[in-house]
Structure formats: C-alpha cells, structure tokens
Ligand binder design. Sequence first.
Ligand code: NDP
Length: 396
Amino acid sequence: MSSKVLIIGAGGVGGVVAHKCAAARDVFSDVMLASRTLSKVTAIAAEVEQLQGRRIQTAQIDADDVPALTRLLRDYQPKLVINVALPYQDLHIMDACLEAGVDYLDTANYEPLDVAKFEYSWQWAYQERFKARGLMALLGSGFDPGVTNVYCAYAQKHLLDEVHYVDIVDCNGGSHGKAFATNFNPEINIREITARGRYWEQGEWKETDPLSVSAMFDYPGVGERKSFLLYHEELESLAKNLRGLKRIRFWMTFGEAYLKHLEVLGNVGMTRIDEVMYEGKGVIPIRFLKALLPDPASLAAGYSGKTSIGCLVEGVKNGERKRHLIYNICDHAETYKEVRAQAVSYTTGVPAVTGAVMMATGKWRGEGVFNMEEMDPDPFLADVATRGLPWHVEER
Ligand code: NDP
C-alpha cells in the first residue's frame, strides 16, 4: 500500500527528507513539501526533480496557523506529516493532525519560544488525544534523538540482558571553512549548547554548568576528540524506558574556535532570547544573530570530513560485564554528492524518512504518542542502513 506524505519545513533537514521521500517511490505515492517561505520550497522541489527525476507538490504554510494547516491537511489528505520545521511548531502541528485525522512524526521535542527549555511533558500530554483518535505520533525520529534511541533499544534487545550505563557520543569531525557557523538552525543549536548540562544517575537528574565537564573519546573514523557533557532530549525518554539503567549521559565535540566565538557572543549578550529595545524597536538578540550567521544548508558545498555518532552501552550479558559501541559514520562530501546536503542535515533527515516508512508500511504501529525506543529496533535499523546510514557494533 502506498501513501501520501506531507513534509513541513524547507530547511537543511527538509531538503534531505524531500529527496529521500521522493526516492522512496514504493512507499510514498505522492509527496508534498510545505513551509513558511515558498521560494525555499520551490528551490528544493526543483532540485528534487533534477536529482530524483520526480515532481513533488509544494505549498506555502505558516504551521503556527492551526486552522490553515488543518485545511491543507484536509485538502491533501496525507497518511502522515513529517515535521521538520522548528520545535516551536510541534504542538500546533500535532493539533492540526488531531483535527484532520493524520499521523505525526518529528525530530525535535517542543520548546516554548520564550524559555530555553525542552522536555517531553508537553508532547506526552497528547497521549490520550492521539489514542482516542486512533492516531500515532512518533517523537524524535532524527539521529539524536532518533537513531541513538533505536541503538539503545537494539542493545537492550540483542546485546545485553540489562543496560546499566549509556554514553551517547556525538562528533562532527568535519570542516565547513567558516569562522563560526552552526550545523542546524542556529537559534535552536545555541539555545541547546548554552543551557546547563544535565545527566541522569540512580534515578536523579544532576546538573552541571554549561560546557564545564569534558572527556576525551575515540570516535571511529575520526579519532580522539574532546567531548563536552550536554543535556539532550533523548536522555529523558531513555531514562524512563530502559530497564535497569543506572546512568545515562550525552557528549558532543566542539572545536576551540567554535567555543571561543560562543563565549564572546554570550558575554556581549548576543545569545539572549529576551527582547531588547534598540532605537525604539524590540529586538531578540539570538534572532538577530541567526540573521547574520550562514544558513546551515548553505554550508553543504565544500564541507569535508565526517560525523561519527553512537551509543556506548555497558551492562550484563549472561552474567558477564560487556561494553559495546554502536555507531554510524557519515561523510559530508558524500551526502552533498547525493542530495546536496551536509552530513548533519543528512543524518537527521534520513531517519525521519525511515520513521515515516515504518509508520506508512505498518511495521511500526500504535495509537498514542511514542518515543523511538518503544518500537522494535530491527526493521528500523534494516531500513535506515539501506537509505544511507549503515551502523556497526564494536565490543570495547
Ligand atoms: P532550518 O532553520 O534550516 O529549517 C527550518 C525550516 O522550518 C525553515 O524552512 C523555516 O522556514 C521552517 N519554519 C519555521 N517556522 C515555520 C512555521 N511557523 N511554519 C512553517 N515553516 C516554518 O532548520 P534545520 O533544517 O536545520 O532543522 C529542522 C529541525 O530538525 C529542527 O527542529 C531541528 O531542531 C531538528 N534537528 C534534529 C536533529 C536530530 O538529530 N534529532 C539534528 C538537527 C536538527 P523559513 O525559511 O521561513 O524560516
């Protein structure tokens, strides 16, 4: 059975999702890309036609306008929506899906505009409404969250009887040649990195000052890199869903130049998210900064090097202590060749498409709101490997 899919958001990730949905002819009978700025939508659609040889439909939509989005959903009647706009839109898109009776998928959990805080409570609160409508919402189907959650589910199903310790390790060993740029939406990225660090241990959340804890980690395909402890949203659902867990943390690498720029920008107030009056007009510094920084999608041409992201899982198998690293390596230049995107957009967009394929084909099915680790990891991992993100397991 083949299905219609509606993609919302025409940024770096939206471009990858559009290419990969168009390429999945056997699953998606019809593909529509809709976003706030129509020129970005039509530019992606033209590239998809050129590279995939398939025409996709396009629409202009402000996803925060729930009645307008509901009308678009009722007219187009997709099987599901892939939300790759920004986390601020999550609840509005979920509301429209409920109104129109459409399944929902995203790659990042809801964040309110005026507080740099992300947690699942707002979206988990939709559980009963999705259930009552017989609909499915799949949360966080990117790489991290997303594939990392599925790696943990795989470890729990196949590698270990009990998973005790998880360290999610995320390295972008690539270079875009700019003095300072972010690899995905700058506002969301900077809000995440400048927040206080947090990890879960023995049933409790422990906080650290931003970027104050670091460790060296040997990333396959990249080598040793200094990695910083951050709070990341998948920790919340994995702490709840992994049996016997004792500790879970998240680590990400940053270069010296990136950290120096971030420190200076923070010191002068450019990363503030509250309104500042300037010449009689209200300005939000982080929004202004976003306007100055390179568009993440524009970094793709000429990006070299690799990303290496995985889960280091430790626990017990048949009474013995075991430690495995499950990971993927992705090459910026290769992803550019394939879909004109850098590897950060690619590693987010491909799992979103695999999640959508799982839902459209019924391999993953449920009524209500789900995190990735609640589903069977096997069909997802088999599919994501064929779409461009092979994975490996190494005993450490
Ligand atoms: P971009 O900023 O490049 O793209 C966001 C797109 O969403 C833009 O086209 C923007 O439109 C559109 N948009 C914003 N607001 C609205 C609205 N109200 N209605 C309709 N469209 C809107 O971001 P990325 O592509 O880099 O990231 C997309 C998502 O992926 C983000 O939520 C990000 O957090 C998530 N992500 C997840 C990762 C994971 O591994 N799980 C990793 C990386 C990113 P406009 O052009 O008009 O601004």
